[in-house]
Design a protein around this ligand. Structure first.
Ligand code: HSE
Length: 319
């Protein structure tokens, strides 16, 4: 059996706790898939005394105790936001650790700095969980490298899909948003969801991968969902359509145009039928034709699935 591979967890919110729980309740499965034991060495949280269902892992407030621990081989960053996450990821690479993250804002904004740091450290940066959570669209996008993209279109934010599907059922915007916060789908500041920043980050990551160069999220045109009312949805439904928060990238000959915002979709389309936190991602390409992916795009377990898939992939190939 190969040597144990140590995981250090930065962040113990909805996603971090789900990762910790999964690591402690399915050790055999993870070991079989990684070809070596995986051990959660410790987790860092802002308030380590706060009651958490985190599988009994050691909790510290000292992130550098984790970054400096020689038993930690991969750092999982699920704090979110750019500060202090950016400095912590860079510090992890400087110490020779691999990094796995669900942090779409950071990956979208600091694409170059993070990839360069990983390259210099000869370590891996993986972020499958940053786009569409459990749906393996990052892996799919990498695999489409030889095809020229024409259009990427879909639902990249679970909270807005949840809100739209609740409007379909006659609930108010505010009620639906409060429920999304309660269920742990929304960002710490739900402005990121309803005003489209979250979708823009995810779309910019997909475009960056498809184009092999950084596409900044500021270049995605954003329209908020806040103006969408129950009355708008009722009038749309009377015409056989409904409203969803769509992310679209058009890869033109000269320039790529990207936008996120509420748009009408057919009631019987995959997007129109999407409820809860379902994400949908549709790729139109030249060689590969049209591919459609759909599945859970938010929530602790769905995100932990993608994070642990990345951890396993690194553990398998790392020495
Ligand atoms: N707030 C995000 C969403 C979480 O609703 O999709 C997953 O990235």
């Amino acid at each position: 059996m190969r040597a144990t591979f140590g995981v250090g967890l930065l962040g113990l919110g909805t996603v971090g706790s789900a990762v910790a729980r999964a690591m402690t309740t399915r050790t055999k499965r993870l070991e079989a898939m990684a070809g070596r034991p995986l051990r959660l060495v410790a987790a860092a949280a802002r308030d380590p005394k706060k009651q958490r269902d985190a599988g009994g892992v050691t909790v510290t407030q000292d992130v550098f105790a984790i970054l400096d621990d020689p038993d930690v081989h991969v750092v999982v960053e699920v704090i979110g936001g750019t500060s202090p996450a950016r400095d912590l990821q860079l510090a992890a690479f400087e110490r020779g650790k691999h990094v796995v993250t669900a942090n779409k804002e950071l990956v979208a904004k600091e694409w170059k700095a993070l990839h360069e740091a990983a390259r210099l450290a000869k370590r891996e940066l993986r972020f499958e969980a940053a786009v569409a959570a459990a749906v393996p669209v990052i892996a799919a996008t990498r695999q489409l490298a030889a095809s020229r993209p024409r259009v990427v279109r879909g639902l990249l934010n679970g909270t807005t899909t949840f809100i739209c599907s609740q409007l379909d059922r006659g609930r108010s915007f505010d009620e639906a948003l409060a429920e999304a916060i309660r269920l742990g789908y929304a960002e710490a500041d739900p402005t990121a969801d309803v005003d489209g920043y979250d979708s823009a980050y995810k779309l910019s990551i997909l475009i960056s991968l498809l184009e092999g160069r950084h596409f900044h999220p500021d270049d995605v045109r954003r329209t908020s969902l806040r103006g969408t009312t129950l009355a708008d949805v009722e009038s749309a439904r009377a015409r056989g359509v409904t409203i969803r928060y769509l992310a679209t990238a058009d890869f033109g000959e000269k320039a790529t145009r990207a936008r996120v915002g509420p748009e009408e979709v057919a009631l019987d389309s995959l997007e129109g039928q999407a409820a809860g936190t379902t994400n949908v991602v549709r790729f139109e390409t030249d060689l590969a034709g049209t591919l459609v992916f759909s599945g859970p795009g938010a929530g602790g377990d769905a995100t932990a699935s993608a994070i642990l898939g990345d951890v396993i992939a690194i553990a398998r190939s790392a020495r």
